[in-house]
Design a protein around this ligand. Structure first.
Ligand code: ATP
Ligand code: MG
Length: 379
């Protein structure tokens, strides 16, 4: 990965521009952590970069950035710029390109994110920030109140880095966050969600939650239930406990998953019927929230007599044939009863037993009557 990154730097420098790896990758490298993406800073403009990397994409999200993939690694290449490109707290209007690396570093969020690496692997630390990484401390590059006013996303990034890296926030950063939290009102809900996702999926989530409370951000982030959150390795489990389904943006699948996890909690995720109707994953998340060892859930799942309708040895035609009935709503009612009896181990998954039971249910219950009524009204 590093070799590929050096090659990207060389390709830019071969065209007589400067280029450095910057930010997260270098910070993580110093700390011995593996990074997934590489940010590069350069004085080459996007139109120059497109000539050097003909397959590059211009990134609309990060205005003026160019995305290059080499050996399946994602490089985000951004041209040196100075502050002033964030109007209305976030959206870059025009970009002010500059020709000096140091000016570019000064518009960045935290000192720990300003360290660079050149194409030979030398650390380039123009703002003398190395000690902040060594001391695990998060400081803003400029005065913190000013920094958060320019971009309120930095408030959440500060908490995110403190959580994922297990760093401390400098005192003036903490104070500035408490004074600037109202700025988060104008930050898009998507950006809030993506930072919170990173905080909530960190194994160090406890620290993030502690900071959100300590810095008095519960209201502005709508996290009223944060005190009810129990440890959970799955971020969807955390969101389930927070109950902010209609505040934060979730996909249809996530919304369904959260509902299923809540139902699994209510119905005991160890029960065969719960495992059957809500499926294994929601039950394991529910189990984690209820402090049930995963192994117990897995063992129960393995012991289930059936996992899905098609595991049942008879089908609808068998029922229709045997009971001499018509297809219709009656059949689904019978299925439901048979499934429950199977899952409660009141009958074996055996053709004869199931058909006998179906007959008993059909004749003894009011299903016959219902069936007749329904045929009358529908026919
Ligand atoms: P990671 O990639 O691990 O999330 P990162 O520090 O690389 O962390 P990115 O979001 O990839 O973060 O941004 C790359 C660099 O761009 C940062 O290191 C920082 O220097 C700068 N940067 C990112 N977001 C901001 C911001 N909101 N304000 C100022 N500088 C920023
Ligand atoms: Mg990065």
């Amino acid at each position: 990965m590093l070799d590929t990154a050096f090659n990207v730097l060389k390709m830019i420098e071969d065209n007589s521009y400067e280029a450095y790896i910057v930010g997260g990758f270098v910070r993580d490298y110093i700390m011995g952590i593996k990074s997934n993406d590489v940010d590069i800073t350069t004085n080459a403009k996007p139109k120059d970069l497109i000539k050097i990397f003909p397959n590059a994409n211009i990134d609309n999200e990060v205005y003026g950035s160019v995305i290059v993939y080499l050996n399946n690694i994602r490089f985000e290449i951004t041209t040196y710029r100075d502050e002033g490109n964030y109007l209305d707290n976030r959206h870059p209007d025009t970009v002010n390109y500059v020709d000096d690396l140091k000016i570019d570093l000064k518009r960045r969020d935290f000192t720990i994110n300003t360290i660079c690496m050149d194409k030979e692997g030398n650390i380039v630390d123009l703002l003398n920030s190395r000690s902040d990484i060594d001391n695990k401390i998060i400081k803003t590059v400029i005065e913190p109140l000013e920094s958060f006013k320019i971009d309120s996303l930095r408030i959440l990034r500060a908490i995110r880095f403190a959580t994922t890296l297990d760093f401390e926030l400098a005192l003036d950063v903490k104070e500035a966050i408490m004074q600037s939290k109202y700025l988060l009102k104008d930050l898009s809900i998507n950006r809030k969600k993506s930072e919170l996702d990173k905080i909530f999926s960190s194994p160090n989530i406890e620290k993030g939650i502690k900071l959100i409370k300590e810095l008095d951000l519960i209201d502005v982030l709508y996290l009223d239930n944060i005190n009810k959150v129990k440890p959970c390795s799955q971020v969807i489990g955390i969101w389930t406990m927070l109950e902010v389904d209609d505040i934060y943006p979730f996909t249809r699948n996530e919304l369904k998953l959260m509902k299923d996890i809540r139902e699994s909690i209510k119905n005991n995720p160890l029960a065969f019927t719960t495992l059957y109707y809500y499926d294994l994953y929601p039950c394991t998340v529910a189990g984690e929230i209820l402090s049930i060892p995963k192994k117990e859930i897995m063992d129960n799942y393995k012991s289930m007599p059936i996992h899905k309708r098609s595991d049942i040895v008879i089908d609808s035609y068998d029922l229709i044939d045997y009971l001499k009935i018509e297809d219709g709503p009656i059949i689904s009612k019978l299925w439901k009863e048979l499934e429950i009896k199977l899952l409660n181990l009141e009958v074996n998954n055996n053709k004869e037993e199931l058909l006998n039971l179906a007959k008993k249910i059909y004749t003894s219950s009011n299903l016959v009557k219902e069936d007749a009524d329904e045929t009358k009204t529908t026919g």
